[in-house]
Design a binder for this molecule. Structure first.
Ligand code: F6P
Length: 549
């Protein structure tokens, strides 16, 4: 752990003054004075080609950012994580999502115990179960095969599974129907199940703690829905499985121990889609597909662990995020996948990045006096272009963008005579990065014959930074690589900011208050309300409406 607070590390001050020198330099000048920049400021690993030349950086910026990584002991922190040290200090836990994708022969110890055999034991059980569902051998209570799989979970127990299902639809068993219920809003459950036959439906209750209000409420609604039709409690054994670290609570719910898939407290919720939380993913793409996904994760883990920082993709991405958040005041970061299958990827990344690094104190509990995580957001291209790109191009905010493109489409459509769908999609990725970086000057606008009064409206100032990632095609393996890239970028950022990227105390207060308010909303007699006047008034108004019904 670095002993020096971040603002007193020498590279920090050097970056501050370097930023002052560089702030007025346009990307147009950086490219004009360095014609090889577009090929030089690139890195390639694990099947991802990263072009980071369209960033507001020079070789000196990179040197200083890498120096900052060293002064922040990034190397030591990586080694600590991979060796099972309890780096999640506020929860006294190891952080070992990397063990979930470690090969069988690997040895990773927590409290002197090798955790890898346990990981593979669960994977094997998952594979057996997933295969029997996929082959129509897992029969429901009435003897009908299961054809509908409903994952009930929220946060890390939902966002990963739903994102992976959407991302890998091309590889999924099309004869099976997959649904994901997360919100406590009854509409989510009602709409997800309205056309399903309970006799053919399997619920996967996914919850690390098995105490989460949303998931427990939805799970008991699912149990009622099932039993209303099948009228026999023994049906639960055939229609419910649990994924949790809390076997006792799952058992109390009525789920057979044989139908439980465990994981461990050293897997954070937002880092758990490759644990048993990925059971729905495995049913969709098969055990071999899931192993390909894990192999992709592992390949990126090894790259992160061993590659020199100047060629290390997650390190570079993480340092760039720090550069913009702390020196340019960028408050958001756009993630723009040019692949429709990745439509839930930005939502998945929101939890990964913001629940990890949205922190206001350091590891030792001191208030930070610098910015931590930016807000991550995005939509798949090209839809975003017809919505919010106006602001990215001409608004007053600096928004660094991650463009994610693929060399080959999983659905190649279009004529052979002209550009295909994929040519047009890819042309848009490249065009957006170019437009953001170089813009269009007033002289260029005038040269097109634009009347003078319209010129300012049509000027693009440019100098807006972006990374472009190119990947061969979207497969289970490349998805694993991509997710691990962001996981480790988050780790890099958290290390520089000297915060704990693995706790989430910020979600607690709202949960506790919601329990109290829920009791007040449903109380039979007028409860004494001890909140502020705004909250009290809202509660009274809701109670009045509830009485009318
Ligand atoms: O909202 C906080 C959180 O604890 C997330 O970190 C987690 O992914 C989610 O709730 C769901 O938790 P669980 O898997 O225990 O139901």
């Amino acid at each position: 752990m670095p002993t020096e607070p971040l603002p007193t590390r020498p590279a920090w001050a050097a970056l501050r003054s370097h930023h002052g020198e560089l702030a007025g330099t346009h990307l147009r000048d950086l490219f004009a004075t360095d014609p090889d920049r577009g090929e030089r400021l690139t890195a390639e690993a694990c099947g991802i080609y990263l072009d980071y030349s369209k960033h507001r950086i020079t070789d000196q910026t990179l040197r200083l950012l890498l120096q900052l990584a060293d002064e922040s002991d990034l190397r030591g922190r990586i080694d600590a994580m991979f060796s099972g040290a309890k780096i999640n200090v506020t929860e006294d836990r190891a952080v070992l999502h990397v063990a979930l994708r470690a090969p069988k022969q690997a040895v990773i110890e927590v409290d002197g115990l090798n955790v890898v055999p346990g990981v593979h034991e669960v994977l094997d059980r998952m594979a057996e179960f997933a295969t029997s569902v996929r082959e129509g051998k897992w029969l429901g209570h009435t003897g009908k095969p299961i054809v509908n799989i409903v994952n009930i979970g929220i946060g890390g127990s939902d966002l990963g599974p739903v994102m992976a299902y959407e991302a890998l639809r091309h590889f999924s068993a099309r004869e099976l129907t997959f649904r994901f219920v997360s919100n406590i809003d009854g509409t989510d459950f009602a709409e997800a199940t309205r056309d399903l036959d309970p006799a053919e439906t399997l619920f996967i209750v996914s919850s690390k703690t098995f105490t989460t209000l949303e998931t427990m409420t939805n799970a008991s609604t699912a149990r009622d829905w099932l039993l209303a039709e099948l009228q026999d409690r023994s049906a639960i054994a055939k229609h419910f499985v649990a994924v949790s670290t809390n076997a006792e609570a799952a058992s109390e719910f009525g789920i057979d121990v044989m139908n439980m898939f465990g994981f461990w407290d050293w897997v954070g919720g937002r880092y758990s889609m490759d644990s048993a939380i990925g059971l729905s993913t495995m049913i969709a793409i098969g055990a071999d597909g899931f192993r390909d996904l894990l192999a992709g994760f592992h390949e990126m883990d090894e790259h992160f662990r061993t590659a020199p920082f100047e060629a290390n993709l997650p390190v570079l991405l993480g340092l760039l995020t720090v550069w913009y958040a702390d020196f340019f005041g960028a408050q958001t970061q756009a993630v723009l996948p040019y692949d429709q299958y990745l439509k839930r990827f930005p939502a998945y990344l929101q939890q990964l990045t913001m629940e990890s690094n949205g922190k206001h104190v350091t590891l030792t509990g001191d208030a930070v006096d610098y910015a931590t995580s930016p807000v991550y957001w995005g939509e798949p291209g090209t839809n975003g272009q017809h919505s919010f790109y106006q602001l990215i191009h001409q608004g007053t905010e600096l928004i660094p963008c991650d463009f994610i493109g693929f060399l080959h489409s999983m659905n190649p459509l279009g004529s052979t005579s002209g550009p295909t769908h994929h040519d047009l999609l890819t042309a848009n990725v490249f065009a957006q990065g170019e437009a953001l970086a170089f813009g269009k000057t007033a002289d260029e606008v005038r040269a097109e014959g634009t009347p003078e009064w319209l010129v300012p409206h049509r000027v693009f100032e440019g100098n807006r930074p972006s990374s472009t990632m190119l990947i061969e095609r979207l497969t289970p393996h490349s998805l694993g690589v991509l997710i691990a890239l962001y996981e480790h970028s988050v780790f890099t950022q958290g290390t520089i900011w000297t915060i704990n990227s693995f706790d989430q105390w910020g979600v607690e207060l709202g949960k506790v208050l919601a329990k109290k308010v829920a009791a007040e909303l449903g109380a039979p007699d007028e409860p004494e309300l001890g909140h502020d006047s705004s909250t009290n008034a809202l509660i009274r108004r809701y109670r009045a409406a509830r009485r009318e019904v």
